[in-house]
Design a protein around this ligand. Sequence first.
Ligand SMILES: C[S@@+](CC[C@H](N)C(=O)[O-])C[C@H]1O[C@@H](n2cnc3c(N)ncnc32)[C@H](O)[C@@H]1O
Length: 284
Amino acid sequence: MDRIDPALEDIELELFVRALRQRHGYDFGHYAPASLRRRVRQLVQTHGTGTISALTGRLLHEPEFVFTVIEGLSVPVSDMFRDPPVFRALREQVLPLLASWPRINIWQAGCASGQEVYSLAILLEEEGLYERCQIYATDFNPAALRRAQEGIYPARAAQAWSRNYLEAGGRHSLADYYSARYEFIKLDQRLRRNVSFANHNLVTDKVFCEAQLVLCRNVLIYFANPLQDRVLGLFRDSLVRGGFLCLGLRESLEFAPSGADFTALDANLRIYRRNVFTAPDGKA
Ligand SMILES: C[S@@+](CC[C@H](N)C(=O)[O-])C[C@H]1O[C@@H](n2cnc3c(N)ncnc32)[C@H](O)[C@@H]1O
Protein backbone atom coordinates (compact mmCIF):
# COMPACT_ATOMS: atom_id res chain seq x y z
CA MET A 1 0.00 0.00 0.00
CA ASP A 2 1.42 3.42 -0.94
CA ARG A 3 1.96 5.87 1.92
CA ILE A 4 -1.27 7.69 2.48
CA ASP A 5 -2.34 10.57 4.67
CA PRO A 6 -3.00 9.06 8.15
CA ALA A 7 -6.16 11.15 8.58
CA LEU A 8 -7.49 9.78 5.31
CA GLU A 9 -6.59 6.25 6.32
CA ASP A 10 -8.51 6.76 9.59
CA ILE A 11 -11.64 7.60 7.62
CA GLU A 12 -11.19 4.63 5.31
CA LEU A 13 -10.67 2.31 8.25
CA GLU A 14 -13.77 3.62 9.97
CA LEU A 15 -15.84 3.02 6.84
CA PHE A 16 -14.38 -0.47 6.45
CA VAL A 17 -15.32 -1.36 10.05
CA ARG A 18 -18.78 0.09 9.50
CA ALA A 19 -19.28 -1.93 6.32
CA LEU A 20 -18.25 -5.11 8.11
CA ARG A 21 -20.76 -4.42 10.86
CA GLN A 22 -23.69 -3.18 8.84
CA ARG A 23 -23.37 -5.51 5.88
CA HIS A 24 -22.15 -8.66 7.63
CA GLY A 25 -22.81 -8.31 11.38
CA TYR A 26 -19.15 -8.56 12.43
CA ASP A 27 -18.28 -5.80 14.89
CA PHE A 28 -14.58 -4.87 15.04
CA GLY A 29 -15.30 -1.43 16.51
CA HIS A 30 -13.73 -2.34 19.87
CA TYR A 31 -10.67 -4.24 18.71
CA ALA A 32 -7.24 -2.83 19.59
CA PRO A 33 -6.78 -0.17 16.86
CA ALA A 34 -3.08 -0.67 16.09
CA SER A 35 -3.27 -4.40 15.41
CA LEU A 36 -6.55 -4.02 13.49
CA ARG A 37 -4.95 -1.39 11.26
CA ARG A 38 -1.96 -3.67 10.64
CA ARG A 39 -4.18 -6.54 9.58
CA VAL A 40 -6.33 -4.42 7.31
CA ARG A 41 -3.21 -3.05 5.62
CA GLN A 42 -2.04 -6.64 5.18
CA LEU A 43 -5.35 -7.51 3.49
CA VAL A 44 -4.94 -4.55 1.13
CA GLN A 45 -1.51 -5.86 0.22
CA THR A 46 -2.54 -9.50 -0.17
CA HIS A 47 -5.49 -8.66 -2.39
CA GLY A 48 -3.74 -5.88 -4.26
CA THR A 49 -6.63 -3.46 -3.77
CA GLY A 50 -4.31 -0.46 -3.29
CA THR A 51 -6.58 1.22 -0.74
CA ILE A 52 -8.77 0.26 2.19
CA SER A 53 -11.71 1.84 0.35
CA ALA A 54 -11.31 -0.62 -2.51
CA LEU A 55 -11.25 -3.45 0.04
CA THR A 56 -14.48 -2.05 1.50
CA GLY A 57 -15.97 -2.09 -2.01
CA ARG A 58 -15.29 -5.80 -2.36
CA LEU A 59 -16.71 -6.38 1.13
CA LEU A 60 -19.93 -4.63 0.13
CA HIS A 61 -20.38 -6.17 -3.30
CA GLU A 62 -18.92 -9.71 -3.09
CA PRO A 63 -20.94 -11.72 -0.55
CA GLU A 64 -18.28 -14.43 -0.03
CA PHE A 65 -15.39 -11.99 0.40
CA VAL A 66 -16.30 -11.44 4.06
CA PHE A 67 -14.93 -14.89 4.93
CA THR A 68 -11.58 -14.01 3.41
CA VAL A 69 -11.60 -10.81 5.45
CA ILE A 70 -12.49 -12.64 8.68
CA GLU A 71 -9.68 -15.12 8.04
CA GLY A 72 -7.29 -12.18 7.55
CA LEU A 73 -8.40 -10.29 10.64
CA SER A 74 -8.72 -13.20 13.02
CA VAL A 75 -5.11 -14.47 13.30
CA PRO A 76 -6.03 -18.14 13.72
CA VAL A 77 -2.51 -19.25 14.67
CA SER A 78 -2.06 -21.82 17.39
CA ASP A 79 0.04 -24.76 18.55
CA MET A 80 -0.53 -28.00 20.42
CA PHE A 81 0.32 -27.65 24.10
CA ARG A 82 1.27 -24.03 23.50
CA ASP A 83 3.04 -22.71 26.62
CA PRO A 84 3.65 -26.19 28.11
CA PRO A 85 3.86 -24.96 31.76
CA VAL A 86 0.22 -23.84 31.44
CA PHE A 87 -0.85 -27.32 30.34
CA ARG A 88 1.24 -28.86 33.09
CA ALA A 89 -0.52 -26.63 35.64
CA LEU A 90 -3.90 -27.55 34.17
CA ARG A 91 -2.95 -31.22 34.50
CA GLU A 92 -1.51 -31.01 38.00
CA GLN A 93 -3.48 -28.25 39.69
CA VAL A 94 -6.78 -27.73 37.89
CA LEU A 95 -7.91 -31.18 36.73
CA PRO A 96 -7.66 -32.73 40.22
CA LEU A 97 -10.01 -29.98 41.47
CA LEU A 98 -12.31 -30.29 38.47
CA ALA A 99 -12.64 -33.98 39.30
CA SER A 100 -14.94 -33.10 42.22
CA TRP A 101 -17.75 -32.21 39.76
CA PRO A 102 -19.75 -35.18 38.43
CA ARG A 103 -20.15 -33.50 35.01
CA ILE A 104 -17.60 -31.07 33.64
CA ASN A 105 -18.39 -28.51 30.96
CA ILE A 106 -15.46 -26.76 29.33
CA TRP A 107 -15.79 -23.73 27.07
CA GLN A 108 -12.81 -23.16 24.85
CA ALA A 109 -13.38 -19.75 23.32
CA GLY A 110 -11.31 -18.69 20.31
CA CYS A 111 -10.26 -22.25 19.50
CA ALA A 112 -8.84 -21.26 16.08
CA SER A 113 -7.86 -24.38 14.11
CA GLY A 114 -8.31 -26.69 17.08
CA GLN A 115 -4.78 -27.46 18.28
CA GLU A 116 -5.70 -26.44 21.83
CA VAL A 117 -8.89 -28.50 21.77
CA TYR A 118 -7.01 -31.68 20.90
CA SER A 119 -4.35 -30.86 23.51
CA LEU A 120 -7.01 -30.47 26.17
CA ALA A 121 -8.77 -33.66 25.09
CA ILE A 122 -5.48 -35.59 25.41
CA LEU A 123 -4.92 -34.13 28.87
CA LEU A 124 -8.41 -35.09 30.02
CA GLU A 125 -8.06 -38.56 28.51
CA GLU A 126 -4.75 -39.17 30.29
CA GLU A 127 -6.11 -37.94 33.62
CA GLY A 128 -9.18 -40.17 33.35
CA LEU A 129 -11.70 -37.32 33.17
CA TYR A 130 -12.60 -37.27 29.49
CA GLU A 131 -15.80 -39.33 29.71
CA ARG A 132 -17.26 -36.86 32.22
CA CYS A 133 -16.48 -33.85 30.07
CA GLN A 134 -18.23 -31.92 27.37
CA ILE A 135 -16.03 -29.44 25.52
CA TYR A 136 -17.62 -26.53 23.66
CA ALA A 137 -15.01 -25.22 21.23
CA THR A 138 -16.02 -21.91 19.68
CA ASP A 139 -14.65 -19.34 17.28
CA PHE A 140 -16.13 -16.76 14.93
CA ASN A 141 -13.99 -17.78 11.97
CA PRO A 142 -15.87 -20.50 10.02
CA ALA A 143 -12.79 -21.60 8.06
CA ALA A 144 -10.78 -22.10 11.27
CA LEU A 145 -13.65 -24.11 12.78
CA ARG A 146 -13.69 -26.38 9.70
CA ARG A 147 -9.96 -26.99 10.06
CA ALA A 148 -10.45 -27.67 13.77
CA GLN A 149 -13.05 -30.32 12.99
CA GLU A 150 -10.76 -32.03 10.49
CA GLY A 151 -7.76 -32.04 12.84
CA ILE A 152 -5.26 -32.16 9.97
CA TYR A 153 -2.01 -30.23 10.43
CA PRO A 154 1.37 -29.94 8.68
CA ALA A 155 3.70 -32.74 9.77
CA ARG A 156 6.55 -30.25 10.16
CA ALA A 157 4.88 -28.98 13.37
CA ALA A 158 4.80 -32.43 14.99
CA GLN A 159 8.32 -32.39 16.43
CA ALA A 160 7.87 -29.14 18.34
CA TRP A 161 4.40 -30.24 19.48
CA SER A 162 5.82 -33.55 20.77
CA ARG A 163 8.34 -31.61 22.83
CA ASN A 164 5.57 -29.37 24.19
CA TYR A 165 3.47 -32.42 25.05
CA LEU A 166 6.28 -34.04 27.05
CA GLU A 167 7.11 -30.75 28.77
CA ALA A 168 3.44 -30.50 29.73
CA GLY A 169 3.74 -33.85 31.53
CA GLY A 170 2.53 -36.09 28.68
CA ARG A 171 2.36 -39.74 29.71
CA HIS A 172 2.92 -41.38 26.33
CA SER A 173 4.14 -40.18 22.97
CA LEU A 174 2.21 -37.55 21.06
CA ALA A 175 2.52 -39.81 18.00
CA ASP A 176 0.08 -42.21 19.72
CA TYR A 177 -2.63 -39.63 19.06
CA TYR A 178 -2.17 -39.00 15.37
CA SER A 179 -1.58 -40.80 12.11
CA ALA A 180 0.97 -39.39 9.68
CA ARG A 181 0.41 -39.32 5.93
CA TYR A 182 2.89 -37.65 3.61
CA GLU A 183 3.37 -34.11 4.86
CA PHE A 184 0.33 -34.11 7.17
CA ILE A 185 -0.73 -35.53 10.49
CA LYS A 186 -4.36 -36.24 11.41
CA LEU A 187 -5.38 -36.20 15.04
CA ASP A 188 -7.27 -39.25 16.30
CA GLN A 189 -10.91 -38.33 15.75
CA ARG A 190 -11.94 -40.27 18.87
CA LEU A 191 -10.53 -37.26 20.75
CA ARG A 192 -13.49 -35.33 19.34
CA ARG A 193 -16.23 -37.58 20.67
CA ASN A 194 -17.18 -35.17 23.48
CA VAL A 195 -16.37 -31.97 21.60
CA SER A 196 -18.97 -29.68 20.03
CA PHE A 197 -17.59 -27.08 17.64
CA ALA A 198 -19.73 -23.99 17.21
CA ASN A 199 -19.64 -20.54 15.70
CA HIS A 200 -19.76 -17.99 18.51
CA ASN A 201 -18.78 -14.34 18.40
CA LEU A 202 -17.48 -13.02 21.72
CA VAL A 203 -18.44 -9.47 20.74
CA THR A 204 -22.09 -10.05 19.94
CA ASP A 205 -23.18 -13.46 21.27
CA LYS A 206 -24.23 -14.44 24.76
CA VAL A 207 -23.29 -17.08 27.29
CA PHE A 208 -24.63 -20.46 26.21
CA CYS A 209 -23.48 -22.96 28.84
CA GLU A 210 -22.64 -23.33 32.50
CA ALA A 211 -18.95 -24.19 32.60
CA GLN A 212 -16.49 -25.48 35.18
CA LEU A 213 -13.54 -24.34 33.05
CA VAL A 214 -13.22 -21.58 30.46
CA LEU A 215 -10.09 -21.40 28.33
CA CYS A 216 -9.64 -18.32 26.23
CA ARG A 217 -6.02 -17.81 25.35
CA ASN A 218 -4.49 -15.23 23.05
CA VAL A 219 -7.82 -13.71 22.05
CA LEU A 220 -8.36 -10.83 24.51
CA ILE A 221 -5.04 -9.40 23.42
CA TYR A 222 -6.72 -8.25 20.20
CA PHE A 223 -9.48 -6.40 22.06
CA ALA A 224 -9.48 -2.86 23.50
CA ASN A 225 -10.04 -2.66 27.27
CA PRO A 226 -13.84 -2.14 27.37
CA LEU A 227 -14.35 -5.16 25.12
CA GLN A 228 -11.96 -7.23 27.22
CA ASP A 229 -14.09 -6.39 30.24
CA ARG A 230 -17.32 -7.34 28.45
CA VAL A 231 -15.87 -10.69 27.45
CA LEU A 232 -14.50 -11.36 30.94
CA GLY A 233 -18.04 -10.67 32.19
CA LEU A 234 -19.33 -13.34 29.79
CA PHE A 235 -16.81 -15.82 31.18
CA ARG A 236 -17.77 -14.95 34.76
CA ASP A 237 -21.45 -15.46 33.96
CA SER A 238 -20.70 -18.76 32.28
CA LEU A 239 -18.55 -20.12 35.10
CA VAL A 240 -19.97 -21.83 38.15
CA ARG A 241 -18.66 -20.44 41.43
CA GLY A 242 -15.21 -21.89 42.01
CA GLY A 243 -14.88 -22.56 38.26
CA PHE A 244 -11.57 -21.90 36.47
CA LEU A 245 -10.54 -19.36 33.86
CA CYS A 246 -7.35 -19.69 31.84
CA LEU A 247 -6.11 -16.76 29.76
CA GLY A 248 -3.07 -16.27 27.52
CA LEU A 249 0.30 -15.41 29.05
CA ARG A 250 0.18 -11.85 27.73
CA GLU A 251 -3.36 -11.30 29.00
CA SER A 252 -4.60 -10.42 32.42
CA LEU A 253 -7.74 -9.50 34.28
CA GLU A 254 -5.93 -7.27 36.76
CA PHE A 255 -7.06 -4.03 35.11
CA ALA A 256 -10.60 -5.06 34.21
CA PRO A 257 -13.48 -4.32 36.61
CA SER A 258 -14.66 -7.95 36.13
CA GLY A 259 -11.30 -9.04 37.50
CA ALA A 260 -12.68 -8.42 41.00
CA ASP A 261 -14.83 -11.54 40.57
CA PHE A 262 -11.79 -13.80 40.27
CA THR A 263 -8.86 -14.90 42.41
CA ALA A 264 -5.56 -16.02 40.92
CA LEU A 265 -4.71 -19.69 41.25
CA ASP A 266 -1.45 -19.05 39.40
CA ALA A 267 -1.06 -15.40 38.39
CA ASN A 268 2.04 -16.04 36.25
CA LEU A 269 0.29 -18.69 34.20
CA ARG A 270 -2.93 -16.63 34.09
CA ILE A 271 -5.08 -19.26 35.74
CA TYR A 272 -7.90 -17.85 37.87
CA ARG A 273 -10.92 -19.06 39.84
CA ARG A 274 -14.30 -17.45 39.97
CA ASN A 275 -14.86 -16.32 43.55
CA VAL A 276 -17.16 -18.50 45.60
CA PHE A 277 -18.46 -15.69 47.79
CA THR A 278 -20.19 -12.48 46.79
CA ALA A 279 -18.17 -9.26 47.34
CA PRO A 280 -19.71 -6.53 49.56
CA ASP A 281 -20.66 -4.47 46.48
CA GLY A 282 -22.98 -7.31 45.44
CA LYS A 283 -20.76 -8.63 42.66
CA ALA A 284 -19.85 -12.29 42.39
C1 LIG B 1 -4.39 -16.31 18.07
S1 LIG B 1 -5.81 -17.30 17.97
C2 LIG B 1 -5.77 -18.14 19.53
C3 LIG B 1 -5.88 -19.63 19.38
C4 LIG B 1 -5.70 -20.43 20.65
N1 LIG B 1 -6.65 -20.03 21.66
C5 LIG B 1 -4.29 -20.33 21.17
O1 LIG B 1 -4.05 -19.63 22.14
O2 LIG B 1 -3.40 -20.96 20.58
C6 LIG B 1 -7.12 -16.11 18.19
C7 LIG B 1 -8.47 -16.67 17.81
O3 LIG B 1 -9.47 -15.79 18.34
C8 LIG B 1 -10.55 -15.78 17.44
N2 LIG B 1 -11.37 -14.58 17.65
C9 LIG B 1 -11.02 -13.27 17.45
N3 LIG B 1 -12.07 -12.47 17.70
C10 LIG B 1 -13.10 -13.29 18.07
C11 LIG B 1 -14.45 -13.05 18.42
N4 LIG B 1 -14.95 -11.82 18.44
N5 LIG B 1 -15.22 -14.10 18.75
C12 LIG B 1 -14.72 -15.37 18.72
N6 LIG B 1 -13.45 -15.66 18.38
C13 LIG B 1 -12.65 -14.62 18.04
C14 LIG B 1 -9.88 -15.79 16.07
O4 LIG B 1 -10.74 -16.22 15.06
C15 LIG B 1 -8.71 -16.73 16.30
O5 LIG B 1 -9.02 -18.03 15.91
